[in-house]
Design a protein around this ligand. Structure first.
Ligand SMILES: *[C@@H]1O[C@H](CO)[C@@H](O)[C@H](O)[C@H]1NC(C)=O
Ligand SMILES: *[C@@H]1O[C@H](CO)[C@@H](O)[C@H](O)[C@H]1NC(C)=O
Ligand SMILES: *[C@@H]1O[C@H](CO)[C@@H](O)[C@H](O)[C@H]1NC(C)=O
Ligand SMILES: *[C@@H]1O[C@H](CO)[C@@H](O)[C@H](O)[C@H]1NC(C)=O
Length: 309
């Protein structure tokens, strides 16, 4: 979003400069507003600039940009509702919940994506056809600890299924199911290098609800993958640059690997994003994912095996 805005404003300045050379007057940069999470630009470049207005214009653009980014941050803070968090210096204050049952105003469906009944509840259904996926707004996850969790019921296997992420140039993060049904996570840093990329050894079972989750502890560099509340693999990241790439994209995708337009054939329910690492310690018998997101969830009765009290 930020990148787009900067590019747009630069284009405007360029237009202003060009016009001033041709003797035109007045370029105004006005009316850029933030509305419902979207940047609305009205009338950003208008007629006739005097050459000596360019300098003040540049200043104005800079101020405007600062105000906008500030308001964007405020907005994103407001998105994270109820829980205080322990993230360090993060802009994004989780948790965010997308129920994926048709009531999330922020979720947009694309192509043949739709909400459908499944096991007594309404869930997001992606039929695997090209162009069928869903979008949530993006939020600044780049310098924070994280937990991303979602219920998924795969309707077929043998192909790579995108679960949730921001995976097109310049590639930031993604959760996905690989062709042998292992649950995987990948993230790239600001230099475009993998911070991590790995998969569970357990496989997701087709036609059963499975709860998949990734936790990312940015300070320690700990990343863990959970299935049905059980921690299956963890990694310690040694790379020094652990900030995720900030792609500037305005949306994150459910069920789409955007660079290759690969989609998923599955139901999705209850996507949650926390700006902290949900706690896990076998020694202290703490497993917040299992306790709060799996065992207490109605879908746990429809999921496979490992969930027990
Ligand atoms: C250009 O801007 C100045 C200052 O805002 C204004 O007084 C003038 O009328 C404008 N000229 C045109 C042609 O719009
Ligand atoms: C800017 O846009 C808003 C919303 O569309 C409108 O209410 C307002 O009058 C506009 N202001 C100017 C200076 O054009
Ligand atoms: C959607 O999910 C939320 C949270 O579980 C629930 O409060 C709401 O009633 C559900 N709506 C529908 C239409 O299923
Ligand atoms: C992860 O899954 C594999 C395959 O089912 C299993 O052998 C392994 O014990 C699991 N790891 C943990 C830590 O539970």
């Amino acid at each position: 979003m930020k990148t787009t805005l900067v590019l747009f404003l630069s284009a405007c300045l360029y237009a202003a400069a060009t016009r001033s050379q041709t003797g035109a007057k007045n370029v105004s940069v006005d009316n850029v507003t933030l509305s419902d999470g979207k940047i609305v630009v009205q009338q950003i470049c208008t007629s006739d600039a005097a050459a000596n207005e360019i300098t003040s214009l540049k200043k104005e653009v800079k101020q405007l940009k600062e105000v906008l980014l500030q308001r964007l941050d405020e907005l994103l803070r407001r998105l994270g509702k109820d829980e205080s968090t322990s993230g360090q210096g993060d802009l994004f204050n989780g948790p965010l919940s997308f129920w994926l049952n048709g009531t999330d105003s922020q979720v947009s469906l694309r192509g043949s994506a739709r909400y459908g009944e499944q096991d007594g509840r309404t869930a997001l259904y992606l039929d695997g056809s090209s162009g069928a996926f869903a979008e949530t707004p993006s939020f600044p996850i780049y310098r924070t600890s994280l937990t991303i969790a979602v219920w998924i019921k795969m309707k077929s296997s043998g192909a790579q299924y995108a679960v949730y992420g921001d995976w097109s140039y310049p590639w930031s993060f993604r959760l996905f199911i690989d062709p042998s049904s292992h649950f995987c996570a990948q993230a790239r840093n600001t230099a475009g290098k993998d911070i991590f990329r790995f998969c569970t050894r357990d496989a997701v079972v087709v036609n059963k609800w499975t709860h998949v989750a990734m936790t990312w502890g940015r300070t320690q560099g700990t990343v863990r993958l959970f299935m049905n509340g059980e921690m299956n693999v963890s990694r310690k990241v040694t790379r020094r640059s652990k900030d995720f790439m900030n792609s500037g994209h305005s949306v994150f995708d459910i069920g789409l690997k955007r660079d290759s337009r690969t989609t998923a054939h599955a139901y999705f329910s209850d996507l949650m994003v926390f700006s902290r690492e949900l706690r896990f310690s076998p020694i202290k018998n703490v497993n917040e994912i299992k306790e709060y997101l799996v065992l207490k969830h109605p879908l746990s009765k429809d999921s496979v095996g490992t969930v027990g009290v």
